[in-house]
Design a protein around this ligand. Sequence first.
Ligand SMILES: [Zn+2]
Ligand SMILES: [Zn+2]
Length: 158
Amino acid sequence: MTEKDMKDKAVTESARTESTLEYPLKGECQCGNVSYALYAAPLMVMACHCRECQKLSTSPFSITAVVDAKDISFTGELQSWERIAESGNRNRALFCPNCGNRIYHFNPDAPETVKLKLKPVNIAQSQLFEPQAHVWVSEKVGWYQLPQDVKVFLKQPF
Ligand SMILES: [Zn+2]
Ligand SMILES: [Zn+2]
């Protein structure tokens, strides 16, 4: 197979996978008290390697799906906590008060996008949440190897 054939095949396969996704996609926290319905694909998905995200996710990085606020709805009681990001933007974090899972973040001064933290764990849906960019790699743990073919930023690019 030529390189072009392989590229065409990859494009066809990803189109096929996307088309099998049935919206809304549903996700819920560990205890199930909070759930959400996602009505369209995220605008973008990124992995963040900053220290805050390492704490938040208890892993080397967190994955954020930036979603148009009108494309998602949440059900269940949420509590919030707020911090100021390095950019000076307010970062309000919403979480389930029962199990503590982080559900989403948003900037109260720019509420038109939601940064979804908790994803569906259904394997058939997981490809939609593969990060296109890795940010804050200046704080990345040494043992994690970045994948090929992703955009990489030392800090927050947007
Ligand atoms: Zn919960
Ligand atoms: Zn981060």
